[in-house]
Design a binder for this molecule. Structure first.
Ligand code: ATP
Ligand code: MG
Length: 446
């Protein structure tokens, strides 16, 4: 089969240069898959029988800084560097994550055989001919993630591949083929041998994908959910139907449904949406009359989210955001809430996360099966923006103690502060503009 797409001129140039120097060279891996799927292309990977020293002779400015035989070449279109890797075969993975040694392969076939999934194991040569040795096209057509070779062995070689399977399924909206899925279920506990950072990166990609909720469910069904987010498992089956409150889902299902409706693609907001009610497991109280309460569950959820953030080694910034969103997710969501209520939320969660918090709250609502209500999101955002323009503390007022002393003929003392406090209330609760002119006028009237 011939591939009929326009490739960047630098890519043709790379293929030509190796070819003219007597080397074999192929475009390979994820980019071939994405070409066949008509997706936007950004990561160009190549494989060749040239060894790194020979690649560097062709590209003296290339950077070679790892033991896997990859030479990076600056992308003249400004994108990610092009990566050229010598054919590899891998032998022996005694720790389920690092090959005991990296061996150069002799043929393209050697190199394609060590790749993870059939859809990731195709190559394109300089004549734009597709090489597909493991049925990658067929699996693409059927939307299947299937291991190259024996799935059980492949996951034993490298346990991260299990997370990659789920992540790629979520990104492409594919199914994990049953034999491959069973092999993940068998080997799921081995994910513990992989570093937290690599697990985190895959999990956040699942969260950011178009299929975040289904991605999480695949993770759960594969047995990896129990390893990576055990705290969530306990939330399934926790009942929240109560005569005084309508709830159609148990806690876990509600969390997943909320995630499904989180329109904000930020992975931390998504993760917060998934975890926001996880504290309901511990705080559930069932009363004889059938009422169920979850008093202070957001505090408990925050504690659990903190444990998860530490375990997954989230960056400080991501952890801070996750915890704030979970901690403050409970707020009344209507246009009638007072300015002070809105201001309290902004002060607590921080103005930079307000939009994310609202997105979480909307998802929370839709994910409880709530009937559409009277409030309009735009209206609510407007309220938040309006309130954010108001000052939050006395020093933010466009007037100060000197102005007060002058207008009121006062000496320094507590009286001055009292006037400022009054003006602050005028602005925050009574609609007086925070402008010098208006404040001086109002001050004269007080
Ligand atoms: P994306 O770049 O969109 O995340 P990708 O499939 O290109 O997806 P990369 O991590 O860039 O993923 O890897 C490039 C290629 O290297 C893959 O397509 C696959 O052929 C191979 N590969 C990556 N990681 C592994 C692994 N753990 N085991 C086997 N092959 C792998
Ligand atoms: Mg890639």
């Amino acid at each position: 089969m011939n591939i009929d797409i326009k490739i960047p001129s630098q890519v043709s140039e790379i293929l030509g240069k190796f070819q003219n120097s007597g080397f074999e060279v192929y475009i390979v891996g994820g980019v071939v898959r994405d070409i066949l799927l008509n997706k936007t292309l950004y990561d160009w990977d190549f494989t060749t029988n040239a060894i790194p020293e020979q690649i560097l002779e062709l590209y003296p400015d290339g950077f070679y800084d790892n033991k896997f035989g990859t030479v990076g070449i600056e992308n003249t279109d400004g994108g990610r560097p092009h990566e050229i890797t010598t054919y590899r075969t891998e032998t022996g993975y005694s720790d389920n994550r690092h090959p005991d040694e990296v061996k150069w392969g002799k043929t393209l076939e050697d190199d394609l055989r060590r790749r993870d999934f059939t859809i990731n194991s195709m190559a394109i040569n300089h004549k734009m001919e597709l090489v597909d040795l493991y049925g990658g096209q067929e699996d693409l057509k059927n939307k299947l993630i299937r291991c190259v070779g024996d799935a059980n062995e492949r996951f034993n070689e490298d346990a991260l591949r299990m997370m990659r399977a789920v992540r790629i399924a979520a990104q492409l909206q594919f199914t994990i083929e049953p034999v491959t899925m069973r092999a993940i279920q068998t080997n799921a506990s081995k994910i513990g041998q992989i570093s937290a950072e690599r697990i985190r990166d895959e999990l956040l990609k699942i969260m950011a994908s178009d299929w975040a909720a289904d991605g999480y469910l695949i993770l759960k069904n594969s047995g990896l959910g129990k390893e990576v987010l055990p705290e969530m498992e306990a939330a399934f089956g926790v009942e929240q139907k109560s005569p005084d409150r309508h709830h159609i889902y148990d806690v876990g299902t509600h969390c997943v449904e909320a995630l499904r409706h989180c329109a904000n693609p930020d992975p931390i907001t998504r993760l917060a949406t998934l975890l926001h009610d996880v504290g309901k497991v511990k705080t559930q109280k069932v009363f004889p009359d059938g009422r169920i309460t979850f008093y202070n569950h957001e505090m408990e959820s925050t504690k659990i989210a903190e444990k998860i953030a530490e375990r997954l080694r989230l960056s400080n910034k991501d952890e801070d955001k996750l915890l704030k969103l979970v901690r403050w997710h409970q707020f009344t969501m209507d246009e009638k809430m007072t300015d002070s209520a809105v201001r309290r939320i902004i002060t607590n969660v921080g103005s930079e996360y307000v939009k994310d918090l609202i997105d979480l709250r909307v998802a929370d609502r839709i994910g409880s099966g709530a009937a559409p209500s009277s409030w309009r999101l735009e209206k609510l955002l407007e309220r938040f923006e309006e309130v954010q323009k108001q000052p939050f503390s006395i020093p933010d007022l466009k007037i100060d103690g000197n102005d007060v002393m002058e207008i009121k003929g006062l000496k320094p003392g507590p009286e001055v502060g009292k006037y400022l406090q009054m003006l602050f209330i005028e602005v925050t609760e009574k609609g007086v503009a925070n402008e010098k002119e208006a404040l001086l006028k109002r001050l004269g009237e007080l």
